[in-house]
Design a protein around this ligand. Structure first.
Ligand SMILES: [Zn+2]
Length: 481
């Protein structure tokens, strides 16, 4: 529009033209033709809107700088490998040898890090500590251990008990895991996984795992390679989580209870309950230590006593606030959805850089706490025996004036920006046989529109992965008709 107006002005100021009135008529006509041409179909407008990058996507992209591969020298004795795989591996150099904390996932990636560590110190590996049992911290162990003998490998009791492969619903957990991490997404759609790069090494993933040979229950003080080390049980992201404190080096290894993102209090891939209260308390406990250097399980380490303390403090406050607000709302008799609608991060924390929802999401944490304490029934008797999905769809469709009317409303939801409402309408229609393939096409658009404004990487990956699955006409097992 701006260009057209300029053109008109330029012609209008041309004093050499005599037939001014004819010219004006022509200009008006050409302006009308131009404006007609501007009336793009709604789909085009929607796709133009999608092309303009949402600020949340810009922020999520910026988070990728946390995963630039680098061996970071944190102090004279501690080195941290970031960005070589999905998580961090660290080396502490002692008088008599080195201690490794966490071992990455892919043996290939771990071998590269072990080589780099070996260039820094050729001392033998005396101990390996697993902060928890997730494969992204345990799969590359043999690269670090190599031929060393008598290596103490430490973890908590109950190590790896809760893993997906021990679950009777492993099949669906695996599928959801793939969606959460965007494992099958085309490269053009990948940004990152919130606290890990978008693509990680597939070079012998998990093949280097070695079982721990030393387990402890609550806490343990031990001297390893001449270094005094404290280990503390800290239920949080997992129920086998621990943190490592080295008093002399003033260095704290938090495992996955801390990283630069709002914590993943609930994983949408599906997992056992993550003890939110204990998680917050573990960070509170860490914040009482005189920490100078903090090494998270993912994202880059932090230095400086005041900075570390501030970050730990606001992390603990955020978790415990979400927990307590949920408990209070539940005790007031709020339903699940009312509780979700009610709980917010305190205003003072919303803009903290380490609490952006790149990986975890406040509403998901709230749902998790709610269900943990009372199970599926939210207290509202309407939900004791709700209508089946097809029955509910039948009533909603009738109320809307029929399938055609509902479809029309659904069709405008993309351009109206009512993406979530559109998804809910689409799901009602998918309970019937009405225009299934067109409904799926719109549902795919809605999922992509939601993904295009998501700061949360698991949600974004899930929307996009599911959209591709629908498109590939795997619809039948997804739609559960
Ligand atoms: Zn991890």
């Amino acid at each position: 529009m701006e260009i057209n107006r300029n053109k008109l002005t330029n012609i209008d100021t041309c004093g050499a033209l005599r037939h001014r009135s004819i010219l004006k008529a022509l200009m008006l006509l050409s302006a009308i033709i131009y404006l007609q041409g501007c009336k793009n179909p709604p789909d085009e407008i929607a796709s133009q809107e999608q092309e303009k990058e949402h600020p949340n996507i810009t922020k999520l992209k910026a988070q990728s700088s946390e995963f630039t591969p680098e061996i970071i020298k944190l102090n004279e004795s501690v080195y941290v490998a970031v960005g070589y795989d999905g998580s961090n591996a660290s080396m502490i150099i002692g008088e008599e040898g080195v201690v490794i904390i966490d071992a990455l996932r892919a043996l290939g990636a771990a071998e590269k890090v072990a080589q780099e560590f070996n260039k820094i110190s050729g001392k033998p590996v005396k101990a390996l500590i697993y902060t928890h049992g997730h494969l992204d911290h345990t799969g590359g162990s043999s690269a670090f251990i190599r031929n060393s003998e008598d290596v103490t490998i430490i973890a908590r009791e109950g190590f790896k008990d809760e893993l997906q492969e021990h679950s009777p619903v492993e099949a669906i957990l695996k599928k959801r895991n793939g969606r959460q991490f965007g494992r099958d997404l085309p490269v053009k759609d990948i940004i990152n996984r919130g606290v890990a790069p978008g693509i990680t090494s597939k070079d012998r993933a998990g093949e280097g795992y070695i079982k721990p040979n030393t387990l402890f229950k609550d806490s343990m003080k031990v001297e390893l390679a001449g270094i005094d080390i404290e280990l503390h049980a800290a239920d949080g992201e997992t129920n086998d989580e621990l943190f490592v404190w080295t008093p002399e080096l003033k260095t704290l290894f938090t495992g996955d209870n801390y990283y630069k993102s709002f914590p993943n209090l609930y994983a949408i891939r599906g997992s056992q309950y993550r003890d939110v209260k204990s998680w917050g308390e573990s960070i509170q406990q860490m914040s009482t230590l005189p920490v100078e250097y903090l090494v998270p399980g993912h994202t880059r380490p932090l230095s400086g006593k005041a900075k570390v303390h501030r970050n730990l403090k606001n992390y603990a406050t955020a978790i415990l606030s979400v927990y307590q607000q949920t408990i209070d709302a539940m005790n007031k008799g709020y339903t699940l959805q009312q509780t979700v609608d009610h709980v917010r991060l305190p205003d003072s924390l919303i803009n903290q850089p380490n609490l952006q929802e790149f990986y975890g999401s406040v509403p998901w944490g709230v749902r998790s706490v709610f269900l943990h304490y009372v199970g599926w029934f939210d207290g509202n008797p309407t939900n004791l025996y709700p209508l089946s999905s097809p029955q509910e769809a039948k009533h909603i469709i009738a109320l809307a004036g029929g399938k055609k009317k509902l479809f029309e409303k659904l069709s405008t939801s993309v351009k109206d920006g009512d993406y979530q409402w559109g998804l809910q309408l689409a799901d009602h229609l998918l309970q019937t046989d009405y225009e299934t393939s067109r409904v799926i096409t719109i549902k795919v658009k809605l999922l992509r529109s939601l993904a295009a404004q998501q700061i949360n990487a698991p949600a974004r990956n899930y929307y996009l992965s599911y959209a591709y699955e629908l498109e590939k006409n795997e619809g039948q097992d997804i739609l559960n008709k």
